[in-house]
Design a protein around this ligand. Structure first.
Ligand SMILES: Nc1ncnc2c1ncn2[C@@H]1O[C@H](C[S@+](CC[C@H]([NH3+])C(=O)[O-])CC(=O)[O-])[C@@H](O)[C@H]1O
Ligand SMILES: O=C(O)C(=O)Cc1ccccc1
Length: 244
């Protein structure tokens, strides 16, 4: 594939690589960028759909926090069978939100979806049976992550589910190095050059800060989740489920 949907953002040498933002240029190529950069992305989206069928309760809210183009919201809208539910997608990138609304409106479904432009840290979470943070927490300041997870746990009904997908760092530096190398290999196999991999890494360095699995699990417990488990891992990309 080499058309206007292909991610070529870091293919030429940049004099100075700017911090990564979810701007209009990224929106244009986002589906290509995420599927070539995140191992297991499609499996995770698919599984979010399956989990919604299993966990969404009647007359409750479902939140997709950092919804980007609405992939998780669309998967859930397809899968939810419970009556009287509302899906609320939130993203603070106006470019993402604009395109997301077009994606959502391009398809039909029984469960209504509302897309809101805003900071997920300011959103009220209430009457929720399922909340999705699919590769979003990693862009929130570390010092603010606990407060966000605690607010989510507060807004979930008993038995409610959080899906938390994150790029992680391994505690053991030798293992971390192996996982990073595997991921970079994955990107090269998907057509990214050495230069693209290096420039993207430097663009993300200050804006996407990863935690270890232990830190994530401790935060979930501290937030008030009774159960949590890793259900997916490919290299340093993971997804956890937590039940209130
Ligand atoms: N404070 C914030 N408030 C709202 N949105 C935010 C904030 N910080 C970052 N975002 C938004 O979180 C999203 C992260 S991408 C999620 C993929 C999606 N979940 C997917 O299932 O396709 C992950 C990635 O690209 O690695 C972007 O759209 C940001 O604008
Ligand atoms: O591209 C990477 O190296 C990543 O770690 C994942 C990613 C994917 C899309 C936007 C930002 C980060």
């Amino acid at each position: 594939m080499h058309n206007s949907d292909t991610d070529l953002i870091y293919s030429q040498a940049h004099k100075q690589v700017k911090n990564f933002t979810f701007d209009a240029q990224v929106v244009e190529v986002f589906p290509d960028m995420i599927s070539r950069s995140v191992p297991g992305y499609n499996t995770i989206i698919d599984t979010i759909g399956r989990l919604s069928q299993q966990f969404v309760q009647e007359n409750s809210n479902i939140y997709d926090l950092g919804c980007s183009l609405g992939a998780a919201s669309l998967a859930m809208r397809k899968a939810i069978t419970a009556k009287g539910c509302k899906i609320i997608g939130v993203d603070n990138s106006s470019d993402m939100v604009k395109r997301c609304k077009m994606h959502i409106n391009a398809f039909k479904g029984n469960t209504p979806v509302t897309i809101i432009e805003g900071n997920i840290q300011d959103m009220v979470i209430e009457n929720a049976s399922m909340v999705v943070l699919n590769f979003t927490l990693q862009f929130i300041e570390k010092s603010q992550r606990q407060a966000l997870l605690s607010k989510i746990a507060q807004g979930l009904k008993p038995g409610g589910l959080l899906v938390l997908s994150e790029k992680i760092s391994a505690e053991d530096p030798a293992i971390d190095k192996v996982l990073i190398e595997l991921h970079h290999n994955f990107k090269r196999d998907n057509g990214y050059s050495e230069l693209e991999v290096a420039q993207k890494r430097s663009a993300l360095e200050k804006v996407m800060l990863t935690d270890s699995l232990d830190v994530h699990k401790q935060r979930l417990a501290q937030a008030g989740f009774s159960h949590s488990s890793l259900w997916f891992q490919c290299f340093n990309f993971t997804s956890l489920i937590a039940i209130k």
